[in-house]
Design a protein around this ligand. Structure first.
Ligand SMILES: Nc1ncnc2c1ncn2[C@@H]1O[C@H](COP(=O)(O)OP(=O)(O)OP(=O)(O)O)[C@@H](O)[C@H]1O
Length: 210
């Protein structure tokens, strides 16, 4: 599903990750690694928002030659999402829905399931961190991605919303064959995400533990 070739990411002369040739199959994956090992860096690079050496491909679509098509296939939710404060949640969703080619009605269903109707038209400056997190989850599920990257999805989200998130992940994976890379310091519930597999980052390398 995701193919790394001669991938290298450094900040100035500080090498963070070196992944020569790895193919991650379709599935749901938990990316594990201690603080500063490069989990967020990896997810941002895969999302196409950080530069790196080498290339990445989702199926046959590679980032360096087909960046627009590639970006349509991958959705990303940051660990601590930052949005323009003057926009409302609904306006943010409308922007993303257009950019991601979401079907009419898709966003409304997600917003209703996450129980966000009461504040979706309010400015983002008034949102709590959990409300922003839930919005970032809705945005990450818009359109028809093949791969969804969620950086620390458990942070700040309440237990009820977490149940909904688990159900979205399972449904998307089963129905649309969407793959997931999730980074989390808190344990991800294998009972709620059956078949989840582990990938670890250690010594600047990626190891598939399956
Ligand atoms: N913008 C940046 N400029 C320079 N160095 C950076 C930058 N962002 C991250 N780094 C460095 O890259 C390394 C990996 O950082 P990253 O945030 O990807 O780690 P992480 O595994 O997500 O950490 P955590 O678990 O603490 O969130 C760290 O050594 C960090 O200092």
């Amino acid at each position: 599903m995701l193919h790394f070739s001669q991938f290298e990411k450094s900040y100035f002369d500080h090498l963070v990750l070196k992944i020569d040739n790895i193919k991650i199959p379709e599935g749901i994956f938990w990316i594990k690694g201690s603080n500063g090992t490069g989990k967020s860096t990896l997810l941002k690079a895969i999302a196409g928002i950080l530069s790196f050496k080498g290339d990445l491909a989702i199926g046959t679509v590679n980032l360096k030659n087909h960046d627009v098509s590639y970006r349509k296939l991958v959705n990303f939710a940051a660990a601590e999402p930052l949005f323009p404060e003057f926009l409302s949640g609904a306006e943010m969703i409308a922007l993303f829905a257009k950019a991601k080619g979401a079907e009419a009605g898709q966003a409304e269903i997600l917003v209703a399931e996450m129980g966000m109707q009461g504040y979706i038209n309010n400015p983002l400056s008034s949102y709590s961190s959990g409300m922003l997190k839930k919005l970032s989850m809705v945005l990450a599920f818009l359109g028809k991605p093949k791969l969804i990257l969620l950086d620390e999805p458990l942070n700040t989200i309440d237990a009820e919303s977490l149940e909904i998130l688990y159900s979205w992940i399972n449904k998307k994976h089963e129905k649309d064959k969407v793959s997931f890379l999730l980074s989390s310091h808190q344990p991800l519930n294998a009972l709620k995400l059956p078949g989840i597999k582990e990938i670890s980052i250690e010594d600047k390398k990626l190891t598939l533990n399956f």
